[in-house]
Design a protein around this ligand. Structure first.
Ligand SMILES: [Zn+2]
Length: 348
C-alpha cells in the first residue's frame, strides 16, 4: 500500500479492500449454478471433502548424533570428534568448539539456520555472512537442497537441474523441468501466492468446478499461461465502471454476474483446456497460439467473486467456456492443498 502514493489513482484503486480478501476463501460460488448460453448444467452437488491438509512438519528424523558425526568427518576435520563437536555446536555458539582436534578446517556449523527449513547451497552462501554462520564448504552444494539438523548441514536432496532460491520464509527446492503437457503456476516465475480454495471444497468448488483452484492474487497481477495451447476464449465482458467488474457481495449479484466475467480459455489440444477466471483484463489474442509462460491477462475480481483471486481449472473441452473440470497437478507441488503457499516455477 505504501507504494500506491507513487502510482496512478487507477492502479491504486485496484487494491482490494473486501473483508473477504486474505481471509475466508475467495468465492465464486455462483459459477457452478449458472451456465452460459442456456446450457442445462449439473446439479450443484455440494458434497465436499474440504481438503485442508496440514503443512508437513520439518522435524529432522535422522539419528542426531550419527548425522552430525558423518557430516563432521566429511568436512575433513578429525573424524573421531566430529560427532561430539556437532553436539557441542548445537548447544553453543556458532563459533563453538567445532574445530577438529586434528587441526583441519572448522566444521561448517549452521546454528543460525537450525530448524529453519530448506536452503539451496547458493542461498545459504548468499545469506550466511550476514548471519554469522560458517559456510566455508557450502559453495560445493550451491545446486543442492540443504537442511540444518543439530547445527550441521546435511544434504536433503541433490538437484539434477539446479536449486531454486525461493523468497524468504519459503523453502528452497530443486528446479523442475516442466514437461510440455505439465502445468506450472499461472503467474510470474519466483512469485509466491496462496491457495485460498482447493479442490472439492463445498464453498464453491463443486460440480463442474470441483477440481478448480483459487489463488489469492491481488488485482491486476499478470497472468502467465500454465501450459501452452490455442486461445479459444479471450473475453472482456466488463471493464472499469461496469457492473460485475468489481465482484459481488450478495448472492443476487452472483446470479447476475456468474456469466458476466472476464476470462481466458486455452485449449491444450488433448481434449482439455485451462480456464482463467475473474480477470480484470484478458490480453491474449483469441485464436492465437501461446506457449507456457506467455502473458495472457491480469487477475481481478470480475463476475461472481467475493474477493480478488484467480480461479483456475483444467476442464474438458465442450464448446463453451465453462466445462467439467478434471483432476490435475502442478509441477511445483503435486500435493498442493487449501492454505498452501506456492512459488511459481513458470520460468523462461
Ligand atoms: Zn474458484
Amino acid at each position: 500500500m505504501a507504494l500506491c502514493a507513487a502510482l496512478t489513482v487507477a492502479a491504486c484503486s485496484d487494491d482490494d479492500t473486501s473483508p473477504w480478501y486474505g481471509n475466508a476463501p475467495s468465492s465464486d460460488g455462483g459459477v457452478d449454478a449458472a451456465l452460459p448460453d442456456g446450457v442445462a448444467g449439473s446439479s450443484p452437488d455440494a458434497a465436499g471433502s474440504g481438503g485442508g491438509a496440514g503443512a508437513a512438519g520439518a522435524a529432522g528424523n535422522a539419528g542426531a548424533s550419527g548425522a552430525a558425526g558423518a557430516a563432521g568427518s566429511a568436512q575433513g576435520g578429525a573424524a573421531g570428534t566430529g560427532g561430539a563437536a556437532g553436539e557441542a555446536g548445537a548447544a553453543g555458539s556458532s563459533a563453538g568448539g567445532a574445530a577438529g582436534t586434528g587441526g583441519g578446517p572448522p566444521l561448517p556449523t549452521c546454528d543460525c539456520y537450525n530448524g529453519n527449513g530448506l536452503y539451496c547451497g547458493a542461498g545459504v552462501s548468499a545469506q550466511a555472512p550476514g548471519k554469522g554462520c560458517q559456510v566455508d564448504l557450502l559453495p560445493a552444494h550451491d545446486g543442492d537442497v540443504l537442511r540444518c539438523t543439530n547445527s550441521v548441514w546435511t544434504v536433503e536432496e541433490t538437484c539434477a537441474d539446479g536449486c531454486f532460491v525461493a523468497p524468504a520464509g519459503v523453502n528452497d527446492y530443486c528446479n523442475s523441468v516442466v514437461s510440455p503437457d505439465g502445468y506450472a503456476m499461472p503467474w510470474a516465475c519466483g512469485a509466491t501466492y496462496k491457495v485460498t480454495q482447493g479442490n472439492n471444497s463445498s464453498f464453491s468448488h463443486t460440480g463442474k468446478g470441483a477440481w478448480a483452484w483459487d489463488f489469492g492474487l491481488p488485482r491486476h497481477t499478470p497472468l502467465h499461461a500454465s501450459r501452452g495451447g490455442t486461445v479459444i476464449f479471450s473475453q472482456n465482458l466488463v471493464g472499469p465502471g461496469d457492473g460485475c467488474y468489481d465482484g459481488c457481495t450478495t448472492d443476487a449479484c452472483c446470479t447476475t454476474c456468474a456469466n458476466t466475467v472476464n476470462r481466458v480459455v486455452i485449449d491444450h489440444g488433448d481434449g482439455t483446456a485451462a480456464l482463467y477466471l475473474h480477470l480484470d483484463q484478458a490480453t491474449a489474442t483469441q485464436g492465437a497460439t501461446v506457449k507456457r509462460g506467455d502473458m495472457i491477462g491480469y487477475s481481478g475480481i470480475s463476475g461472481c467473486s467475493f474477493g480478488a483471486h484467480l480461479h483456475f481449472q483444467v476442464q474438458e473441452t465442450c464448446g463453451i467456456w465453462w466445462c467439467q473440470s478434471v483432476q490435475m497437478q502442478f509441477v511445483e507441488d503435486p500435493n498442493l492443498a487449501d492454505g498452501d503457499s506456492v512459488t511459481s516455477q513458470n520460468c523462461p
